[in-house]
Design a protein around this ligand. Sequence first.
Ligand code: THU
Length: 130
Amino acid sequence: MSAMDDAARAVRDHAYAPYSKFKVGACVKMDGALYVAANVENASYPLSVCAERNAIAAAVAAGGRHLEEVVVCTDSSPPSSPCGGCRQVLREFCPDPTKVTVTSINLKGERRSWTVAELLPDGFTGAELP
Ligand code: THU
């Protein structure tokens, strides 16, 4: 277990998921520093926010800009893969998406890994924006 694994697993305990009961913890490394967050749901369901996006928000608020690695912890088997919206948000902060690894772990120690490029091939980067 890496420090990022431990951090994602620990923050998962703070998830606010009374509706789905699906608790998620995320740890992102940006510019060498680790940031954690959990999913936060809402009685108005679409306002719920995933752990990955909350972790990116915490990192950016602290001045982070360059994503280096992501670990997500759930209790699903096999370990779940990040939703499409989070893939796009992770891509935003990847200097090179082929070099950023996303690892999904669960409580019994199973793990799966992808690069952001594998999760979101040919993603929208804003390069086409005026
Ligand atoms: N969720 C995450 O936090 N991250 C994921 O990668 C998948 C889904 C959350 C959103 C919602 O609170 C709950 O899990 C069920 O979809």
